[in-house]
Design a protein around this ligand. Structure first.
Ligand code: G16
Length: 543
Protein backbone atom coordinates (compact mmCIF):
# COMPACT_ATOMS: atom_id res chain seq x y z
CA UNK A 1 0.00 0.00 0.00
CA UNK A 2 1.57 3.28 -1.07
CA UNK A 3 1.57 5.72 1.84
CA UNK A 4 2.07 9.42 1.42
CA UNK A 5 3.45 11.73 4.05
CA UNK A 6 1.95 15.14 3.39
CA UNK A 7 3.47 18.33 4.80
CA UNK A 8 0.89 20.50 6.56
CA UNK A 9 0.62 23.57 8.75
CA UNK A 10 -1.41 23.83 11.96
CA UNK A 11 -4.86 25.38 12.23
CA UNK A 12 -5.26 27.31 15.46
CA UNK A 13 -8.96 26.59 15.97
CA UNK A 14 -9.04 22.84 16.56
CA UNK A 15 -9.66 22.77 20.29
CA UNK A 16 -12.31 20.13 21.00
CA UNK A 17 -15.38 21.58 22.78
CA UNK A 18 -17.93 19.95 25.08
CA UNK A 19 -18.20 17.08 22.63
CA UNK A 20 -15.38 16.96 20.09
CA UNK A 21 -14.46 19.35 17.29
CA UNK A 22 -17.52 21.00 15.74
CA UNK A 23 -17.18 23.53 12.94
CA UNK A 24 -18.90 24.71 9.81
CA UNK A 25 -18.59 22.32 6.87
CA UNK A 26 -16.69 25.05 4.98
CA UNK A 27 -14.11 25.11 7.76
CA UNK A 28 -13.69 21.35 7.54
CA UNK A 29 -13.31 21.67 3.77
CA UNK A 30 -10.13 23.73 4.03
CA UNK A 31 -7.12 21.81 2.72
CA UNK A 32 -5.87 19.35 5.30
CA UNK A 33 -8.30 20.50 8.01
CA UNK A 34 -9.91 17.14 8.74
CA UNK A 35 -6.60 15.36 8.06
CA UNK A 36 -4.75 17.55 10.57
CA UNK A 37 -7.28 16.78 13.28
CA UNK A 38 -7.40 13.03 12.60
CA UNK A 39 -3.57 12.84 12.55
CA UNK A 40 -3.46 14.84 15.79
CA UNK A 41 -5.79 12.27 17.36
CA UNK A 42 -3.57 9.41 16.18
CA UNK A 43 -0.39 11.23 17.28
CA UNK A 44 -1.85 11.63 20.78
CA UNK A 45 -2.47 7.89 21.18
CA UNK A 46 -0.07 5.07 21.93
CA UNK A 47 -0.25 1.37 21.23
CA UNK A 48 -2.83 1.18 18.46
CA UNK A 49 -0.66 -0.61 15.89
CA UNK A 50 -2.62 -3.59 14.58
CA UNK A 51 -5.65 -2.62 16.70
CA UNK A 52 -9.25 -1.89 15.73
CA UNK A 53 -10.83 1.51 15.12
CA UNK A 54 -14.59 2.07 14.78
CA UNK A 55 -15.83 4.83 12.49
CA UNK A 56 -19.28 6.07 11.59
CA UNK A 57 -21.48 9.08 11.82
CA UNK A 58 -24.96 10.53 11.64
CA UNK A 59 -25.07 10.69 7.85
CA UNK A 60 -24.76 14.45 7.62
CA UNK A 61 -23.12 16.26 4.71
CA UNK A 62 -19.37 15.39 4.53
CA UNK A 63 -19.85 12.15 6.52
CA UNK A 64 -18.95 9.86 3.62
CA UNK A 65 -15.95 11.95 2.50
CA UNK A 66 -14.42 12.10 5.96
CA UNK A 67 -14.97 8.35 6.44
CA UNK A 68 -12.82 7.69 3.36
CA UNK A 69 -10.15 10.03 4.72
CA UNK A 70 -10.23 8.25 8.08
CA UNK A 71 -9.93 4.82 6.42
CA UNK A 72 -6.90 5.90 4.40
CA UNK A 73 -5.25 7.59 7.37
CA UNK A 74 -5.96 4.66 9.71
CA UNK A 75 -4.33 2.32 7.19
CA UNK A 76 -1.32 4.60 6.78
CA UNK A 77 -0.92 4.95 10.54
CA UNK A 78 -0.94 1.23 11.25
CA UNK A 79 -4.38 0.25 12.50
CA UNK A 80 -5.11 -3.43 11.87
CA UNK A 81 -8.84 -3.15 11.28
CA UNK A 82 -11.49 -0.49 10.88
CA UNK A 83 -15.15 -1.29 11.48
CA UNK A 84 -17.51 1.03 9.58
CA UNK A 85 -21.27 1.27 9.77
CA UNK A 86 -22.90 0.47 6.43
CA UNK A 87 -23.41 3.66 4.43
CA UNK A 88 -21.21 5.40 6.99
CA UNK A 89 -24.09 5.31 9.48
CA UNK A 90 -23.63 4.73 13.20
CA UNK A 91 -25.61 6.49 15.87
CA UNK A 92 -23.41 7.76 18.68
CA UNK A 93 -24.70 5.18 21.21
CA UNK A 94 -24.42 2.40 18.61
CA UNK A 95 -20.81 3.48 17.93
CA UNK A 96 -20.13 3.35 21.67
CA UNK A 97 -21.58 -0.16 21.86
CA UNK A 98 -19.63 -1.31 18.80
CA UNK A 99 -16.35 -0.04 20.27
CA UNK A 100 -17.01 -1.98 23.47
CA UNK A 101 -18.36 -5.13 21.82
CA UNK A 102 -15.52 -5.37 19.30
CA UNK A 103 -12.77 -4.62 21.80
CA UNK A 104 -11.71 -1.70 19.64
CA UNK A 105 -8.89 0.62 20.64
CA UNK A 106 -11.22 3.56 20.08
CA UNK A 107 -13.49 5.19 17.55
CA UNK A 108 -14.13 8.31 15.55
CA UNK A 109 -17.71 9.51 15.69
CA UNK A 110 -18.58 11.95 12.93
CA UNK A 111 -21.37 14.25 13.98
CA UNK A 112 -22.29 17.73 15.08
CA UNK A 113 -25.17 16.24 17.05
CA UNK A 114 -28.25 18.47 17.12
CA UNK A 115 -26.63 21.18 14.98
CA UNK A 116 -28.00 21.51 11.43
CA UNK A 117 -26.27 19.80 8.49
CA UNK A 118 -25.55 20.66 4.85
CA UNK A 119 -22.86 22.49 2.89
CA UNK A 120 -23.37 25.70 4.88
CA UNK A 121 -24.00 24.05 8.21
CA UNK A 122 -22.08 21.99 10.73
CA UNK A 123 -19.84 18.94 10.90
CA UNK A 124 -17.89 17.37 13.72
CA UNK A 125 -15.34 14.74 14.70
CA UNK A 126 -15.12 13.24 18.16
CA UNK A 127 -12.66 10.65 19.42
CA UNK A 128 -13.97 7.97 21.77
CA UNK A 129 -11.67 5.80 23.84
CA UNK A 130 -11.76 2.02 24.35
CA UNK A 131 -14.52 2.11 26.99
CA UNK A 132 -16.76 3.49 24.21
CA UNK A 133 -17.02 6.94 25.76
CA UNK A 134 -15.85 10.39 24.70
CA UNK A 135 -12.16 10.96 25.34
CA UNK A 136 -11.53 12.49 28.77
CA UNK A 137 -10.07 15.98 29.07
CA UNK A 138 -6.46 14.82 29.37
CA UNK A 139 -6.80 13.16 25.96
CA UNK A 140 -8.63 16.05 24.30
CA UNK A 141 -6.03 18.44 25.74
CA UNK A 142 -3.25 16.33 24.21
CA UNK A 143 -5.07 16.27 20.85
CA UNK A 144 -5.45 20.03 20.95
CA UNK A 145 -1.78 20.54 21.80
CA UNK A 146 -0.81 18.36 18.85
CA UNK A 147 -3.05 20.31 16.43
CA UNK A 148 -0.97 23.39 17.22
CA UNK A 149 2.35 21.83 16.22
CA UNK A 150 1.43 19.27 13.55
CA UNK A 151 3.59 19.45 10.42
CA UNK A 152 2.65 16.30 8.51
CA UNK A 153 0.01 13.62 8.16
CA UNK A 154 0.08 10.12 6.74
CA UNK A 155 -2.47 8.88 4.24
CA UNK A 156 -2.79 5.88 1.97
CA UNK A 157 -2.94 6.30 -1.78
CA UNK A 158 -5.53 3.55 -2.10
CA UNK A 159 -8.85 4.17 -3.76
CA UNK A 160 -12.10 4.62 -1.83
CA UNK A 161 -13.66 1.59 -0.15
CA UNK A 162 -17.26 0.60 -0.89
CA UNK A 163 -18.97 1.32 2.43
CA UNK A 164 -22.47 0.53 1.18
CA UNK A 165 -22.22 -3.26 1.18
CA UNK A 166 -21.77 -5.32 4.31
CA UNK A 167 -18.55 -7.31 4.08
CA UNK A 168 -14.81 -7.13 4.50
CA UNK A 169 -12.29 -5.44 2.21
CA UNK A 170 -8.57 -4.80 2.51
CA UNK A 171 -6.65 -1.57 2.38
CA UNK A 172 -3.00 -2.58 2.44
CA UNK A 173 -2.65 -4.75 5.56
CA UNK A 174 -5.68 -3.22 7.20
CA UNK A 175 -9.08 -4.92 7.12
CA UNK A 176 -12.12 -2.74 6.50
CA UNK A 177 -15.22 -4.38 7.89
CA UNK A 178 -18.54 -2.84 6.85
CA UNK A 179 -21.24 -3.86 9.34
CA UNK A 180 -24.99 -3.53 9.73
CA UNK A 181 -25.20 -0.48 12.00
CA UNK A 182 -28.51 -1.47 13.59
CA UNK A 183 -28.64 -5.19 14.46
CA UNK A 184 -26.08 -5.32 17.27
CA UNK A 185 -27.55 -2.25 18.93
CA UNK A 186 -31.13 -3.50 18.60
CA UNK A 187 -30.08 -6.80 20.23
CA UNK A 188 -28.57 -4.87 23.13
CA UNK A 189 -31.85 -2.99 23.63
CA UNK A 190 -33.77 -6.26 23.52
CA UNK A 191 -31.52 -7.63 26.27
CA UNK A 192 -32.28 -4.68 28.58
CA UNK A 193 -36.02 -4.23 28.17
CA UNK A 194 -39.15 -6.36 28.28
CA UNK A 195 -39.98 -6.26 24.58
CA UNK A 196 -42.84 -8.74 25.05
CA UNK A 197 -44.57 -6.44 27.55
CA UNK A 198 -44.11 -3.39 25.34
CA UNK A 199 -45.31 -5.33 22.30
CA UNK A 200 -48.41 -6.43 24.22
CA UNK A 201 -49.09 -2.85 25.30
CA UNK A 202 -48.89 -1.64 21.70
CA UNK A 203 -51.01 -4.53 20.44
CA UNK A 204 -53.55 -3.58 23.11
CA UNK A 205 -54.07 -0.15 21.58
CA UNK A 206 -51.34 2.02 23.11
CA UNK A 207 -50.39 4.61 20.47
CA UNK A 208 -47.10 6.37 19.96
CA UNK A 209 -45.11 8.56 17.57
CA UNK A 210 -41.33 8.74 17.28
CA UNK A 211 -39.73 11.61 15.35
CA UNK A 212 -36.31 10.73 13.95
CA UNK A 213 -36.00 14.26 12.56
CA UNK A 214 -34.53 12.93 9.26
CA UNK A 215 -31.45 11.99 11.23
CA UNK A 216 -29.60 8.87 12.24
CA UNK A 217 -32.18 7.13 14.45
CA UNK A 218 -34.54 6.44 11.51
CA UNK A 219 -33.20 2.95 10.72
CA UNK A 220 -32.82 2.11 14.42
CA UNK A 221 -36.33 3.24 15.34
CA UNK A 222 -37.95 1.48 12.38
CA UNK A 223 -36.21 -1.78 13.26
CA UNK A 224 -36.90 -1.58 17.00
CA UNK A 225 -40.22 0.24 17.34
CA UNK A 226 -41.98 -0.88 14.18
CA UNK A 227 -40.42 -4.28 13.41
CA UNK A 228 -39.52 -5.70 16.81
CA UNK A 229 -42.20 -4.02 18.93
CA UNK A 230 -44.95 -4.15 16.33
CA UNK A 231 -45.94 -0.49 16.17
CA UNK A 232 -47.73 0.30 12.91
CA UNK A 233 -45.74 1.55 9.91
CA UNK A 234 -45.62 5.33 10.07
CA UNK A 235 -45.11 5.40 13.84
CA UNK A 236 -41.58 6.56 13.03
CA UNK A 237 -41.79 10.02 11.51
CA UNK A 238 -39.00 11.45 9.30
CA UNK A 239 -37.26 8.07 9.36
CA UNK A 240 -34.80 8.49 6.49
CA UNK A 241 -31.44 10.05 7.42
CA UNK A 242 -30.77 13.01 5.11
CA UNK A 243 -27.45 14.86 4.73
CA UNK A 244 -29.19 18.15 5.59
CA UNK A 245 -31.88 16.70 7.90
CA UNK A 246 -34.49 18.07 5.51
CA UNK A 247 -33.27 21.62 6.25
CA UNK A 248 -34.27 21.28 9.91
CA UNK A 249 -32.27 21.43 13.12
CA UNK A 250 -32.23 17.84 14.36
CA UNK A 251 -32.64 19.10 17.90
CA UNK A 252 -35.40 17.40 19.87
CA UNK A 253 -36.78 20.36 21.74
CA UNK A 254 -40.08 22.19 21.73
CA UNK A 255 -38.94 24.56 19.00
CA UNK A 256 -37.47 22.14 16.49
CA UNK A 257 -39.74 19.17 17.23
CA UNK A 258 -42.82 21.36 17.00
CA UNK A 259 -44.62 18.99 14.62
CA UNK A 260 -44.38 16.19 17.19
CA UNK A 261 -45.28 18.52 20.04
CA UNK A 262 -48.40 19.72 18.22
CA UNK A 263 -49.44 16.13 17.60
CA UNK A 264 -49.10 15.29 21.28
CA UNK A 265 -51.12 18.33 22.31
CA UNK A 266 -53.97 17.68 19.83
CA UNK A 267 -57.35 16.25 20.90
CA UNK A 268 -56.61 12.98 19.14
CA UNK A 269 -53.02 12.79 20.43
CA UNK A 270 -51.26 9.44 20.76
CA UNK A 271 -50.42 8.20 24.25
CA UNK A 272 -46.71 8.81 23.90
CA UNK A 273 -44.37 10.85 21.73
CA UNK A 274 -40.60 10.94 21.54
CA UNK A 275 -37.84 12.31 19.36
CA UNK A 276 -34.11 11.99 19.05
CA UNK A 277 -31.40 14.21 17.63
CA UNK A 278 -28.92 14.19 14.75
CA UNK A 279 -26.70 11.44 16.13
CA UNK A 280 -29.24 9.61 18.28
CA UNK A 281 -27.97 10.33 21.75
CA UNK A 282 -30.56 12.85 22.91
CA UNK A 283 -34.22 12.30 23.61
CA UNK A 284 -37.44 14.26 23.97
CA UNK A 285 -40.33 12.69 25.87
CA UNK A 286 -43.88 13.99 25.61
CA UNK A 287 -46.89 12.19 27.00
CA UNK A 288 -50.39 12.87 25.73
CA UNK A 289 -50.84 16.56 26.63
CA UNK A 290 -47.88 16.30 28.98
CA UNK A 291 -44.32 17.48 28.23
CA UNK A 292 -41.63 15.94 30.43
CA UNK A 293 -38.53 18.03 31.11
CA UNK A 294 -35.26 16.13 30.62
CA UNK A 295 -34.41 16.65 34.29
CA UNK A 296 -37.73 15.15 35.39
CA UNK A 297 -37.33 12.36 32.87
CA UNK A 298 -34.00 11.42 34.44
CA UNK A 299 -35.61 11.34 37.87
CA UNK A 300 -38.58 9.22 36.74
CA UNK A 301 -36.36 6.79 34.85
CA UNK A 302 -34.09 6.40 37.87
CA UNK A 303 -37.04 5.90 40.24
CA UNK A 304 -38.62 3.25 38.01
CA UNK A 305 -35.65 1.58 36.31
CA UNK A 306 -36.03 -1.56 38.42
CA UNK A 307 -39.21 -2.31 36.43
CA UNK A 308 -37.07 -3.15 33.38
CA UNK A 309 -35.23 -6.48 33.24
CA UNK A 310 -31.82 -4.87 32.71
CA UNK A 311 -32.08 -2.90 35.95
CA UNK A 312 -33.97 -5.23 38.35
CA UNK A 313 -30.91 -5.36 40.57
CA UNK A 314 -31.32 -1.63 41.29
CA UNK A 315 -28.98 1.27 40.75
CA UNK A 316 -25.44 1.70 42.05
CA UNK A 317 -25.68 5.45 41.87
CA UNK A 318 -27.08 8.31 39.81
CA UNK A 319 -25.03 11.03 38.11
CA UNK A 320 -26.24 14.29 36.65
CA UNK A 321 -24.54 17.35 35.25
CA UNK A 322 -24.50 20.37 37.53
CA UNK A 323 -27.05 22.47 35.56
CA UNK A 324 -29.52 19.55 35.52
CA UNK A 325 -32.25 19.97 38.13
CA UNK A 326 -31.99 18.34 41.52
CA UNK A 327 -35.05 16.11 40.90
CA UNK A 328 -32.80 13.05 40.56
CA UNK A 329 -31.08 13.89 43.86
CA UNK A 330 -34.31 13.19 45.73
CA UNK A 331 -34.68 9.85 43.99
CA UNK A 332 -31.09 8.93 44.87
CA UNK A 333 -31.75 9.89 48.48
CA UNK A 334 -34.87 7.71 48.64
CA UNK A 335 -33.09 4.80 46.98
CA UNK A 336 -30.15 5.23 49.36
CA UNK A 337 -27.62 5.46 46.51
CA UNK A 338 -25.01 8.17 45.85
CA UNK A 339 -25.69 11.13 43.59
CA UNK A 340 -22.79 12.62 41.62
CA UNK A 341 -22.87 16.17 40.27
CA UNK A 342 -20.52 16.58 37.30
CA UNK A 343 -19.73 19.36 34.82
CA UNK A 344 -21.69 19.52 31.56
CA UNK A 345 -20.44 16.92 29.09
CA UNK A 346 -21.03 13.19 28.90
CA UNK A 347 -17.30 12.56 29.12
CA UNK A 348 -17.45 13.27 32.85
CA UNK A 349 -19.72 10.26 33.45
CA UNK A 350 -17.30 7.74 31.91
CA UNK A 351 -15.10 7.22 34.95
CA UNK A 352 -18.09 6.86 37.29
CA UNK A 353 -19.65 4.25 35.01
CA UNK A 354 -16.37 2.38 34.55
CA UNK A 355 -15.83 2.32 38.31
CA UNK A 356 -19.32 0.91 38.88
CA UNK A 357 -20.25 3.96 40.97
CA UNK A 358 -23.24 5.04 38.86
CA UNK A 359 -25.78 3.14 36.75
CA UNK A 360 -27.92 5.94 35.32
CA UNK A 361 -26.75 9.37 34.18
CA UNK A 362 -28.52 12.34 32.72
CA UNK A 363 -28.35 15.93 31.64
CA UNK A 364 -30.79 18.77 31.21
CA UNK A 365 -29.75 18.94 27.56
CA UNK A 366 -32.01 15.97 26.73
CA UNK A 367 -29.44 13.29 27.42
CA UNK A 368 -30.06 10.19 29.51
CA UNK A 369 -28.24 6.90 29.54
CA UNK A 370 -26.85 4.08 31.61
CA UNK A 371 -23.87 1.81 32.01
CA UNK A 372 -24.92 -0.24 28.94
CA UNK A 373 -22.75 2.06 26.78
CA UNK A 374 -20.62 5.13 27.47
CA UNK A 375 -22.72 7.70 25.62
CA UNK A 376 -26.14 9.06 26.28
CA UNK A 377 -28.74 7.12 24.37
CA UNK A 378 -31.98 8.51 22.94
CA UNK A 379 -33.65 5.24 21.96
CA UNK A 380 -32.62 3.64 25.26
CA UNK A 381 -34.48 6.40 27.16
CA UNK A 382 -37.57 5.96 24.99
CA UNK A 383 -37.55 2.19 25.52
CA UNK A 384 -37.11 2.52 29.28
CA UNK A 385 -40.09 4.87 29.33
CA UNK A 386 -42.13 2.38 27.27
CA UNK A 387 -41.10 -0.46 29.57
CA UNK A 388 -42.19 1.56 32.62
CA UNK A 389 -45.50 2.47 30.95
CA UNK A 390 -46.10 -1.17 30.05
CA UNK A 391 -45.58 -2.27 33.66
CA UNK A 392 -47.32 0.58 35.45
CA UNK A 393 -50.21 0.79 32.97
CA UNK A 394 -50.66 4.51 33.69
CA UNK A 395 -50.43 7.55 31.45
CA UNK A 396 -47.29 9.71 31.33
CA UNK A 397 -49.24 12.52 33.00
CA UNK A 398 -50.32 10.22 35.84
CA UNK A 399 -46.78 9.00 36.35
CA UNK A 400 -45.50 12.57 36.51
CA UNK A 401 -48.20 13.63 38.98
CA UNK A 402 -47.40 10.64 41.16
CA UNK A 403 -43.68 11.41 41.00
CA UNK A 404 -44.15 15.01 42.13
CA UNK A 405 -46.56 13.95 44.87
CA UNK A 406 -43.83 11.64 46.17
CA UNK A 407 -40.72 13.79 45.78
CA UNK A 408 -41.91 17.38 45.32
CA UNK A 409 -41.40 19.23 42.05
CA UNK A 410 -38.32 20.92 40.63
CA UNK A 411 -39.74 23.56 38.31
CA UNK A 412 -37.09 24.03 35.69
CA UNK A 413 -36.31 25.81 32.42
CA UNK A 414 -33.26 26.61 30.32
CA UNK A 415 -33.10 29.91 28.47
CA UNK A 416 -30.65 30.06 25.57
CA UNK A 417 -29.37 33.32 24.11
CA UNK A 418 -27.87 32.29 20.78
CA UNK A 419 -25.41 33.91 18.36
CA UNK A 420 -24.11 36.51 20.80
CA UNK A 421 -20.82 38.16 19.84
CA UNK A 422 -18.14 36.20 21.67
CA UNK A 423 -16.60 39.25 23.34
CA UNK A 424 -19.97 40.32 24.75
CA UNK A 425 -20.67 36.85 26.12
CA UNK A 426 -17.20 36.71 27.68
CA UNK A 427 -17.71 40.17 29.19
CA UNK A 428 -21.02 39.11 30.73
CA UNK A 429 -19.43 36.04 32.32
CA UNK A 430 -16.42 38.02 33.51
CA UNK A 431 -18.66 40.62 35.14
CA UNK A 432 -20.63 37.88 36.88
CA UNK A 433 -17.49 36.15 38.10
CA UNK A 434 -16.07 39.40 39.43
CA UNK A 435 -19.02 39.94 41.75
CA UNK A 436 -19.46 36.43 43.09
CA UNK A 437 -17.96 37.28 46.47
CA UNK A 438 -20.26 40.25 47.02
CA UNK A 439 -23.56 38.50 46.17
CA UNK A 440 -24.25 36.33 49.24
CA UNK A 441 -26.64 38.06 51.63
CA UNK A 442 -28.05 40.38 48.97
CA UNK A 443 -31.69 40.22 47.90
CA UNK A 444 -33.27 40.52 44.47
CA UNK A 445 -36.50 39.41 42.76
CA UNK A 446 -35.54 35.77 43.32
CA UNK A 447 -35.09 36.13 47.08
CA UNK A 448 -31.97 36.24 49.23
CA UNK A 449 -28.78 34.84 47.78
CA UNK A 450 -27.22 32.22 50.04
CA UNK A 451 -24.11 31.46 47.97
CA UNK A 452 -22.55 32.20 44.60
CA UNK A 453 -19.65 30.35 43.01
CA UNK A 454 -18.06 29.02 39.83
CA UNK A 455 -18.59 25.27 39.77
CA UNK A 456 -15.50 23.08 40.03
CA UNK A 457 -15.48 19.28 39.95
CA UNK A 458 -13.04 16.81 41.39
CA UNK A 459 -13.41 13.41 39.73
CA UNK A 460 -13.71 10.93 42.62
CA UNK A 461 -12.00 8.17 40.63
CA UNK A 462 -8.79 9.91 39.58
CA UNK A 463 -8.75 13.21 41.46
CA UNK A 464 -8.64 15.32 38.29
CA UNK A 465 -10.09 18.79 38.74
CA UNK A 466 -12.19 20.75 36.21
CA UNK A 467 -12.75 24.41 37.01
CA UNK A 468 -14.92 27.25 35.66
CA UNK A 469 -17.82 24.97 34.80
CA UNK A 470 -20.61 27.46 35.34
CA UNK A 471 -21.61 30.29 37.66
CA UNK A 472 -24.16 29.28 40.28
CA UNK A 473 -26.37 31.70 42.18
CA UNK A 474 -28.01 29.79 45.01
CA UNK A 475 -30.95 31.23 46.96
CA UNK A 476 -31.84 30.59 50.58
CA UNK A 477 -35.01 28.64 49.63
CA UNK A 478 -33.03 26.17 47.48
CA UNK A 479 -33.83 27.88 44.16
CA UNK A 480 -30.95 28.62 41.83
CA UNK A 481 -29.90 30.27 38.60
CA UNK A 482 -26.89 28.98 36.70
CA UNK A 483 -25.02 30.72 33.89
CA UNK A 484 -22.59 29.15 31.45
CA UNK A 485 -21.49 29.46 27.85
CA UNK A 486 -22.22 26.53 25.56
CA UNK A 487 -19.26 24.48 24.41
CA UNK A 488 -20.97 23.03 21.34
CA UNK A 489 -21.88 25.98 19.12
CA UNK A 490 -20.08 26.87 15.90
CA UNK A 491 -21.05 30.51 15.54
CA UNK A 492 -20.52 33.27 18.10
CA UNK A 493 -21.44 32.31 21.64
CA UNK A 494 -24.55 30.87 23.26
CA UNK A 495 -25.37 31.88 26.81
CA UNK A 496 -27.30 29.25 28.71
CA UNK A 497 -29.27 30.31 31.78
CA UNK A 498 -30.64 27.44 33.86
CA UNK A 499 -33.44 28.31 36.26
CA UNK A 500 -34.75 26.04 38.99
CA UNK A 501 -37.16 26.25 41.89
CA UNK A 502 -38.09 23.40 44.19
CA UNK A 503 -41.59 23.10 45.64
CA UNK A 504 -41.86 20.38 48.28
CA UNK A 505 -44.69 17.87 48.70
CA UNK A 506 -47.73 19.76 49.97
CA UNK A 507 -46.85 22.89 47.96
CA UNK A 508 -48.36 23.98 44.65
CA UNK A 509 -47.24 21.24 42.29
CA UNK A 510 -49.52 22.23 39.39
CA UNK A 511 -48.23 25.64 38.36
CA UNK A 512 -47.27 26.65 34.83
CA UNK A 513 -43.47 26.48 34.71
CA UNK A 514 -43.18 30.07 33.43
CA UNK A 515 -45.26 31.35 36.35
CA UNK A 516 -43.37 29.30 38.91
CA UNK A 517 -40.04 30.60 37.63
CA UNK A 518 -40.97 34.25 36.89
CA UNK A 519 -39.23 35.75 39.98
CA UNK A 520 -36.05 33.81 39.21
CA UNK A 521 -36.12 34.79 35.53
CA UNK A 522 -36.26 38.42 36.70
CA UNK A 523 -33.42 37.73 39.13
CA UNK A 524 -31.26 36.35 36.31
CA UNK A 525 -31.64 39.62 34.43
CA UNK A 526 -30.89 41.67 37.51
CA UNK A 527 -27.78 39.78 38.46
CA UNK A 528 -26.28 39.33 34.98
CA UNK A 529 -27.72 42.25 32.98
CA UNK A 530 -28.28 39.95 30.03
CA UNK A 531 -30.13 42.58 28.02
CA UNK A 532 -27.41 45.15 28.67
CA UNK A 533 -24.54 42.92 27.57
CA UNK A 534 -26.24 41.15 24.67
CA UNK A 535 -28.89 43.58 23.49
CA UNK A 536 -31.34 40.65 23.61
CA UNK A 537 -34.56 41.22 25.52
CA UNK A 538 -35.65 37.58 25.34
CA UNK A 539 -33.98 34.19 24.91
CA UNK A 540 -33.85 32.57 21.47
CA UNK A 541 -34.97 29.18 22.77
CA UNK A 542 -36.63 28.08 26.00
CA UNK A 543 -36.53 24.40 26.85
C1 G16 B 1 -23.16 17.59 24.13
C2 G16 B 1 -22.61 16.90 25.33
C3 G16 B 1 -23.56 17.02 26.48
C4 G16 B 1 -23.89 18.46 26.74
C5 G16 B 1 -24.44 19.10 25.47
C6 G16 B 1 -24.65 20.58 25.61
O1 G16 B 1 -24.30 16.91 23.70
O2 G16 B 1 -22.37 15.54 25.08
O3 G16 B 1 -22.97 16.42 27.58
O4 G16 B 1 -24.81 18.56 27.77
O5 G16 B 1 -23.52 18.91 24.44
O6 G16 B 1 -23.42 21.17 25.87
P1 G16 B 1 -23.25 22.74 25.84
O7 G16 B 1 -24.21 23.25 26.88
O8 G16 B 1 -21.82 22.97 26.17
O9 G16 B 1 -23.65 23.22 24.48
P2 G16 B 1 -24.49 16.60 22.16
O10 G16 B 1 -25.83 15.93 22.10
O11 G16 B 1 -24.44 17.94 21.49
O12 G16 B 1 -23.36 15.71 21.79
Amino acid sequence: MPVQTIATTPYDDQKPGTSGLRKKVRVFQQPGYAENFVQSVFDSLEGFAGQTLVVGGDGRYLNRDVIQIVLKMAAANGFGRVIVGQGGILSTPAASHLIRASGAFGGLVLSASHNPGGPDEDFGIKYNVGNGGPAPEKVTDAIHARTLTIDQYRISDDSDVDIDSVGTAKMGDMAVEVVDPVALYADLMESLFDFAAIRAMIAGGFTLAFDSMSAVTGPYAIEIIERRLGAPAGTVMNGTPLPDFGHHHPDPNLVHAKELYNRLMADDAPDFGAASDGDGDRNLIIGRHSYVTPSDSLAVLAANAHLAPGYVAGLKGIARSMPTSGAADRVAQKLGVPLYETPTGWKFFGNLLDAGMATICGEESAGTGSDHVREKDGIWAVLLWLNILAVRKQSVAAIMADHWATYGRNYYARHDYESIAKDKADALMAALRSKLDSLPGTTNSGGTIAAADDFAYTDPTDGSVSRNQGVRILFTDGSRVVFRLSGTGTEGATLRVYIERYVPVGGDLGMETGDALAPLIAAAQEVADIAGFTGMEAPSVIT
